[in-house]
Design a protein around this ligand. Structure first.
Ligand code: CA
Length: 231
């Protein structure tokens, strides 16, 4: 599973460079040249991270960040401010508006990618590329493959994301709405029972390997992934 990144930058040359670097790193990339366009993108997509230029025509990157952090739908999306300014005061002001981090221009492609990776790992561990294991189950995000010993488990894309989330968040109970937020994205509006449908499919896919019992229903609360069998 690759992370989706929204790039808000008005300078075409800088935007093209960032988009190129991110695409090469296998991220999915969305683009906007100003705050207005960014709002349109955010109505259609739920990016995992936003790279936000500070100086934009119209509303500035700081103003837009403040606005996004006040909106229930977008407030969880980490924002990295891109700033040409070097002054410490501005950096602090940038973080006060709710941005998670900032990168000072000019930056190298390597630096950009490294910072993005750190933030994604910190904020949403389920989009990391590391292989995760539970019992005999092994999920490799890089190859998008789930296996049990030599067998490859056949999973749909949603079941894969759901399992990836569970494997990286074991032993905790998640409500249906929380799972929708975490697995489907914060600004997607789907009925909660959709979660049950995908849980059922996931269990069915895991059943032949005796691993379906790890996805547990917690009555009145939601679902939990645990290697410990229910008694
Ligand atoms: Ca600019």
């Amino acid at each position: 599973m690759t992370a989706k990144i929204l790039v808000v930058e008005d300078e075409p040359a800088v935007r093209d460079m960032i988009v190129f670097v991110l695409t090469q790193t296998d991220y999915q990339v969305l683009q906007a040249e100003d705050a207005r366009e960014a709002r349109v993108r955010l109505k259609e997509h739920a990016p995992d991270l936003i790279l936000m230029d500070w100086m934009l025509p119209g509303a500035s990157g700081v103003e837009l960040t403040r606005e996004l952090k006040q909106d229930r739908v977008t407030r969880e999306i980490p924002v990295v401010l891109l700033t040409a300014r070097g002054e410490e005061d501005d950096k602090i002001r940038g973080l006060e508006c709710g941005a998670e981090d900032y990168i000072t221009k000019p930056f190298s492609p390597r630096e950009l990618v490294a910072r993005i990776k750190v933030i994604l790992r910190r904020i949403s561990p389920h989009v990391s590329d590391e292989t995760v294991v539970a019992g005999s189950l092994c999920l490799d995000p890089a190859t998008h493959r789930v296996s049990v010993e030599e067998d490859v488990v056949d999973l749909g894309p949603t079941e894969f994301r759901l399992l990836h989330f569970f494997l990286t968040h074991q032993e905790k109970v998640y409500s249906r709405s929380r799972l929708l937020d975490q697995v489907w994205g914060t600004n997607v509006f789907i009925e909660e029972r959709t979660v049950d449908v995908h849980i059922r499919r996931l269990r069915k896919a895991l059943e032949p390997y005796g691993a379906d019992g790890m996805i547990q229903t917690v009555r009145g609360a939601g679902y939990r992934f645990s290697e410990m069998a229910l008694s």
